[in-house]
Design a protein around this ligand. Structure first.
Ligand code: NI
Length: 219
């Protein structure tokens, strides 16, 4: 391996094209394990190809000008409940396209993302500056069987975790909002930033669910 790496290193210093190839390899590897990158978000119902930075900007865009992202988060469970009220299980289970998540999968994703956020925020509060691991959200869809998850149970999981987090936010001292962790791909992220990102993430998926269920309502 050492010899091979040295050879590649030797060539890369001399061949800009090979260096580009090397970088692409690294980039593709990172994107594949990303919870925000260009490959993984394809399954979320968007074909938009985006980098982690573009993803951050898109999420922040949803709450631009919003003074209190926690209040956005506080409204989400009820909005989701209202959206799926009376919608048959088969409809929730149906993917709008083969490569796009169903409502059921989105709800399971939201419930599991809340586990991730809950853990990240607590890790940061307990040990400011702590590393934050990325996760492959598409791998979770298959590995943790979103297709078999009860959507209403997923929503219940989301609601309970979210209520716990909202209570935690209320208890935070002002300086704790500024504490940060080091995200593996996105760098420094404060508690404040994570809470705002999750509010944007909520709105993103609410809009996605609305879009999936809209044709049924228009009829
Ligand atoms: Ni998402």
């Amino acid at each position: 391996m050492v010899t091979r790496d040295r050879q590649i290193g030797f060539l890369a210093r001399r061949l800009p094209l090979l260096r580009l190839f090397q970088n692409w390899h690294i980039f593709i590897t990172i994107a594949a394990i990303s919870d925000s990158g260009r490959i993984v978000h394809r399954g979320e119902g968007t074909t938009m190809k985006e980098t982690p930075q573009e993803y951050i900007q898109r999420m922040l865009g949803y709450t631009a000008g919003c003074q209190n992202p926690a209040s956005v988060q506080a409204a989400t469970a009820k909005k989701l409940e209202k959206l799926i009220k009376g919608v048959p299980a088969a409809k929730l289970k149906k993917r709008p396209a083969p490569d796009k998540w169903s409502v059921q999968e989105i709800l399971a994703h939201l419930a599991d993302a809340e586990i991730v956020g809950s853990w990240r925020i607590r890790s940061i509060l307990g040990a400011p500056g702590t590393p934050i691991q990325a996760f492959d959200q598409n791998a979770w869809v298959t590995a943790t069987h979103y297709a078999k998850r009860d959507p209403r149970q997923a929503l219940a999981q989301f609601r309970v975790l979210r209520e716990g987090n909202l209570a935690l936010y209320k208890a935070l001292r002002p300086e704790q909002w500024k504490h940060h962790g080091m995200h593996a791909e996105r760098g420094e992220e404060t508690v404040e930033h994570i809470v705002r990102m999750f509010a944007g993430h909520d709105l993103n998926h609410i809009a996605q669910i609305e879009q999936i269920l809209a044709p049924r309502r228009a009829k």
